[in-house]
Design a protein around this ligand. Structure first.
Ligand SMILES: *Cc1c(COP(=O)(O)O)cnc(C)c1O
Length: 335
C-alpha cells in the first residue's frame, strides 16, 4: 500500500511532543443531529493551528539529505507546517503558493521565517515552481500529500483517535490531496477493519472524487471556495494517495458552499469554536442530510483554524461573502 501501520507508529515517535496529542471532544448539538455521539478532533490546537504540522514534522525530520533546505507548494497550512518544522531544524524553507491563497495565510508563513514565492493562478502552477526550485537550488521538496512520510505523519491522528475512543464506528475526514484521509484510513483500518472512513470535500473542484470515478488521476477546474484549504488537484503523477484513497475510503461525500457556511456557523454558535471552511465539511455532510445512519459514535477532524477573520466575522453575522467573482448570499444563523 506504500504506507503501513509501522510507518505511522514510527512517525508518532518522530513527532512526539512537537505535533501530537490534540483533544477529541463531544459536540452535544451535532450528537443530536447525527443520532449518535459526535466527536470533534481538535487539530486547531496544533502550534500552527492545523494538523499539517504532523506530516511536515515527520518529513522534515526524516530527510537527512535536506542540508540546503526544503521547498514545498501549499494552499497555506502545509507551508506553515514545513516552515515551522524547518525552523525547528534550523533549515532554510521556501514556500510556493498560487495567487488564490488568502493574504492571511501568506502573512502567517512569512511570520514563521520562511521565504514565500507567489506563482501562478492555480495550485498546479505553484507545484511546478516548487519542482523547478528543487532542481535549481538543491532544495528537498516536501509534497503536501503525496509523500510517505507526510501520509504517515497525518496518520498519527487516526491512531490517536482510536486510542481516545476505540468504539468509533466512523471517521469523517476532510479530503483534498488525500494525505490526511490516506494516513487516517491506513491507521484506522489496521486497528479496526470495520471502522468506516469517509472523505468529505466541496462540490466544486473535487479532484480525488473525480479521479476515483475516472479510474486514474484527473485535473479539475479550481474555484474559489470557503474551503480554500481543500483546493488543488491530486497531481497527474500521483503515486500514493490516489491508490490508498481508492482502496480504503468507504465513501466520498460532496458538500456545497451553503452547507459549509452553515457548518461554520453551527460550530461557532453551538460549540463556540472558530474553524476554516475546510475543517467543517464533516459537520456539513451530516447537517445537510447527505450522510446519515451511523452504526455508533462518529468523529470528524476539525483540521484547521487559519482563516481571514474579517471574512469569517461577516459570514458568522449572516452577511454576504465574496467567493471570487461570485457572491455567497448571507444568511443569519438559525439552528
Ligand atoms: C490540507 C488540508 C486539508 C486536506 O488534507 P489533504 O491531505 O490534502 O487531503 C483539510 N483541511 C485543512 C485545514 C488543510 O489544511
Amino acid at each position: 500500500m506504500g504506507v503501513t501501520l509501522a510507518d505511522i507508529l514510527s512517525a508518532r515517535r518522530v513527532i512526539r511532543g512537537a505535533a501530537d496529542a490534540t483533544p477529541l471532544v463531544p459536540s452535544a448539538f451535532m450528537s443530536r443531529v447525527a443520532g449518535q455521539e459526535f466527536l470533534l478532533k481538535l487539530e486547531t490546537a496544533q502550534p500552527i493551528g492545523a494538523f499539517k504540522l504532523r506530516g511536515a514534522m515527520n518529513a522534515v525530520l526524516t530527510r537527512p539529505d535536506a542540508t540546503r533546505g526544503v521547498v514545498c507548494c501549499s494552499t497555506g497550512n502545509h507551508g506553515r507546517g514545513v516552515a515551522h518544522a524547518a525552523r525547528l531544524r534550523g533549515l532554510r524553507a521556501v514556500i510556493c503558493m498560487s495567487h488564490l491563497v488568502p493574504k492571511a495565510k501568506v502573512e502567517g508563513i512569512r511570520a514563521l521565517g520562511a521565504e514565500v514565492r507567489l506563482h501562478g493562478a492555480s495550485q498546479d502552477e505553484a507545484m511546478a515552481e516548487s519542482a523547478r526550485l528543487c532542481a535549481a537550488e538543491g532544495l528537498v521538496e516536501i509534497s503536501p500529500f503525496d509523500d510517505p512520510a507526510v501520509i504517515a505523519g497525518q496518520g498519527t491522528i487516526g491512531l490517536e483517535m482510536l486510542e481516545q475512543r476505540p468504539d468509533l464506528a466512523a471517521i469523517l475526514v476532510p479530503l483534498s490531496g488525500g494525505g490526511l484521509a490516506a494516513g487516517i484510513a491506513v491507521a484506522a483500518k489496521a486497528v479496526n477493519p470495520r471502522l468506516r472512513v469517509i472523505g468529505i470535500t466541496m462540490e466544486r473542484g473535487a479532484a480525488m472524487a473525480a479521479s476515483i470515478a475516472a479510474g486514474h488521476p484527473v485535473e479539475v477546474a479550481e474555484h474559489v471556495s470557503l474551503a480554500d484549504s481543500l483546493g488543488g488537484g491530486i497531481g497527474l503523477a500521483n503515486r500514493l494517495t490516489f491508490p490508498i484513497c481508492r482502496a480504503l475510503l468507504d465513501d466520498i461525500v460532496l458538500v456545497s458552499e451553503e452547507d459549509i457556511r452553515h457548518a461554520m456557523q453551527v460550530l461557532y454558535f453551538e460549540d463556540r469554536m472558530v474553524a476554516e471552511g475546510a475543517a467543517v465539511v464533516g459537520l456539513a455532510a451530516v447537517l445537510s442530510g447527505r450522510l446519515t445512519g451511523f452504526a455508533g459514535p462518529v468523529a470528524t477532524v476539525i483540521t484547521g483554524r487559519n482563516l481571514d477573520m474579517a471574512t469569517f466575522t461577516r459570514l458568522i453575522c449572516g452577511q454576504d461573502v465574496a467567493l471570487g467573482d461570485q457572491i455567497l448570499k448571507g444568511r443569519a444563523y438559525a439552528a
